[in-house]
Design a protein around this ligand. Structure first.
Ligand code: FE
Length: 348
């Protein structure tokens, strides 16, 4: 089969998907010649739809979406090979962006706009991907049990004083892998392993559930301490029905006197084989405009990545903090080592 024929099939299948999922046609039909972009995304928030609509209204460029989990999308782009209709891959966590980078699916983008708007630690050094929003992995505690004395850093979680007090999700979770990867980057593998073993020794129970269920466990007093992503707690802050849970929780932004609190990103990269390269770069730049940043960050209660923009009011309730400025690419690189260390430490 010829490349153009295959491309046609791919485009047709995307068009069907787009037709199923987009707002009804008829209002402000885009100019027929502005083209399109094909977005492979593991994000699916309602606000993202407004984000895409606004882009189409402003540029006439149609946005076709394929949504699946990140690993499935990476595999799909790989198996589609040079005929892939994918222009951009959007996903969460530096670990997943790193997997995409390792799979060789990204092309370098050199955009003065993106360089100016995004701090350097939130974009790949060679422009392979760009962070668009951030989340921090914070320590939380049960207020009724009192402020845990001497707990101000991730390192402190390994102190014997907190024996039997920590609940956390499994080490197979990418957020924990990325956190440990950042410890490796800052302190080396040997220290990171010592730390992981110390935290395991302080577990109140075997790792289980997700960040949300661990927030609930801390609020109910089942555990005193946990480590969770900010947006899960911000969801509770913004939900009147969850106010009691939120009020029961104290927040510690770790390492404020040191390297700063571990942050991770949602980000996007240009696919190497992108058939609509120029439009895709235009879209990437659009995502860093203030209004787009609002939609993008608010969709999941995250922090905007662009310098100078604030988070929404629910997120702000968690407090302000100094973020770790370790480049997300470094967090990606340590993933394999982190998995091995978790294994040896017995963090299930
Ligand atoms: Fe999450």
């Amino acid at each position: 089969m010829t490349k153009s024929l295959l491309g046609l099939f791919a485009a047709a299948s995307l068009a069907v998907l787009a037709a199923c999922s987009e707002t009804p046609a008829g209002e402000d039909a885009p100019p027929a010649d502005a083209g399109e972009i094909n977005l492979y995304s593991s994000r699916h928030y309602d606000t993202d739809l407004a984000l895409y609509d606004d882009f189409t209204k402003a540029t006439g460029i149609k946005v076709n979406r394929i949504e699946a989990d990140a690993d499935a999308l990476i595999e799909r782009i790989q198996s589609e090979g040079e005929f892939s209709p994918a222009d951009l891959l959007i996903t969460v966590d530096a670990g997943r962006l790193w997997r995409a980078e390792e799979a060789g699916i990204f092309a370098s983008v050199d955009s003065p706009v993106l360089k100016e708007r995004l701090p350097s630690h939130l974009r790949h050094p060679d422009g392979l991907w760009f962070g668009l929003s951030t989340r921090a992995r914070i320590i939380i505690y049960n207020k009724a049990k009192g402020v845990p004395e001497g707990l101000t850093s991730y390192a402190d979680l390994a102190k014997p004083a907190f024996k039997g007090q920590i609940c956390v999700r499994s080490s197979s979770n990418i957020y924990n892998i990325s956190l440990l990867s950042s410890v490796i980057a800052h302190k080396g593998a040997a220290e990171a392993e010592k730390w992981a073993k110390g935290v395991v020794a302080n577990f109140a129970r075997a790792p289980e559930g997700n960040d949300t269920s661990n927030i609930d466990a801390v609020a109910s007093g089942e555990c005193r301490i946990s480590v969770v992503n900010t947006y899960y707690l911000a969801r509770y802050a913004g939900d009147p029905e969850k106010k009691a849970v939120f009020d029961a929780i104290g927040v510690i932004f770790p390492d404020q006197d040191g390297t700063g609190t571990h942050v991770n990103i949602s980000g996007a990269g240009l696919v190497k084989t992108a058939p609509n390269r120029a439009n895709a770069i235009k879209f990437l730049e659009y995502l860093t405009e203030e209004k787009a940043q609002r939609y993008f960050a608010d969709g999941n209660n995250e922090y905007p990545a662009v310098i100078g923009l604030k988070a929404n009011s629910a997120v702000e309730k968690l407090g302000t903090f100094k973020p770790d400025t370790l480049n997300a690419a470094e967090i990606g690189k340590g993933q394999a080592e982190a998995v091995k260390i978790f294994d040896r430490a017995g963090w299930k």
